[in-house]
Design a binder for this molecule. Structure first.
Ligand SMILES: Cc1cc2nc3c(=O)[nH]c(=O)nc-3n(C[C@H](O)[C@H](O)[C@H](O)COP(=O)(O)O)c2cc1C
Length: 173
C-alpha cells in the first residue's frame, strides 16, 4: 500500500490529548491543506478560525457538550461557511465544500502526527450561536464544526476497519 492510502486508512477521531503544543507553523499548514479542497465552481465559500487561546478553548469546552475534549486540546480550528460569497453556488454548496475542507484538515493533522475530531456545530442553532459569540463571527458566517487538535494521548489507538461489502454496488443497485 502506498503511504497516502495508509494515511487515509489510519486516520481516526482522537478525543484525548497530552496537552503538548501544536506549532503555529503546523496550524498554518493544516489550514492551507483545508483550502486545497475542491469546491463547487471553485467558489471556496469557507473561512477558518484558528484558536490557540487557552481561555477560549476552555470556555468553548464548557459550553459545547459534544466538544468537551477542547479543554485538553492545544488548538482548534473552526471551519466556517460563507453562504453569501456567491448567491447561487455558495448558498447551495457551502456545507458540502466545507465538509471537503474539513476532511482535508483531519488528514493533514494526522499526517503531521497530531490527532483531531470533527465536533458538530451546524445545523444546531444553539451551538451556532455559542461558537458565533465565542469567535466573534459576523451574522452571515456559519460555523460548520469545531476541530480540537492536539498530540494524541493514546499512541496505541488504531483506526477501525469500516469496510462493508454491502455498501458497494457495481453498475446498478
Ligand atoms: C458530521 C459529523 C459530526 C460529528 N460530531 C461529533 C461530535 O460532536 N463529537 C465527537 O466527539 N465526534 C463527532 N464526530 C466524529 C464521529 O463520531 C466519528 O467520525 C465516527 O465515530 C467515526 O470514527 P472515526 O472518525 O474514528 O473513523 C462527528 C463526525 C461527523 C462527520
Amino acid at each position: 500500500m502506498n503511504s497516502f492510502l495508509d494515511l487515509l486508512f489510519t486516520r481516526h477521531s482522537v478525543r484525548e490529548f497530552t496537552g503538548e503544543p501544536v506549532s503555529e507553523e503546523d496550524l498554518e499548514t493544516i489550514v492551507r491543506v483545508g483550502m486545497a479542497a475542491p469546491s463547487a465552481v471553485n467558489i471556496q465559500p469557507w473561512a477558518f478560525v484558528i484558536i490557540t487561546d487557552r481561555a477560549e478553548l476552555d470556555s468553548l469546552s464548557a459550553k459545547l457538550p459534544y466538544a468537551k475534549m477542547l479543554d485538553k486540546a492545544s488548538a482548534a480550528i473552526v471551519v466556517c461557511g460563507n453562504p453569501e460569497k456567491d448567491p447561487q453556488f455558495a448558498r447551495k454548496f457551502w456545507v458540502v465544500d466545507c465538509a471537503a475542507a474539513t476532511e482535508n484538515i483531519l488528514l493533514a493533522v494526522h499526517s503531521l502526527g497530531y490527532g483531531a475530531v470533527w465536533t458538530a456545530v451546524y445545523p444546531e442553532e444553539k451551538r451556532i450561536d455559542i461558537v458565533r459569540k465565542a469567535c466573534g463571527l459576523p451574522d452571515t458566517i456559519i460555523p460548520l464544526n469545531v476541530i480540537p487538535i492536539g498530540v494524541p494521548r493514546n499512541k496505541d489507538a488504531r483506526a477501525v476497519d469500516k469496510f462493508k461489502e454491502e455498501n458497494i454496488h457495481w453498475n446498478t443497485w
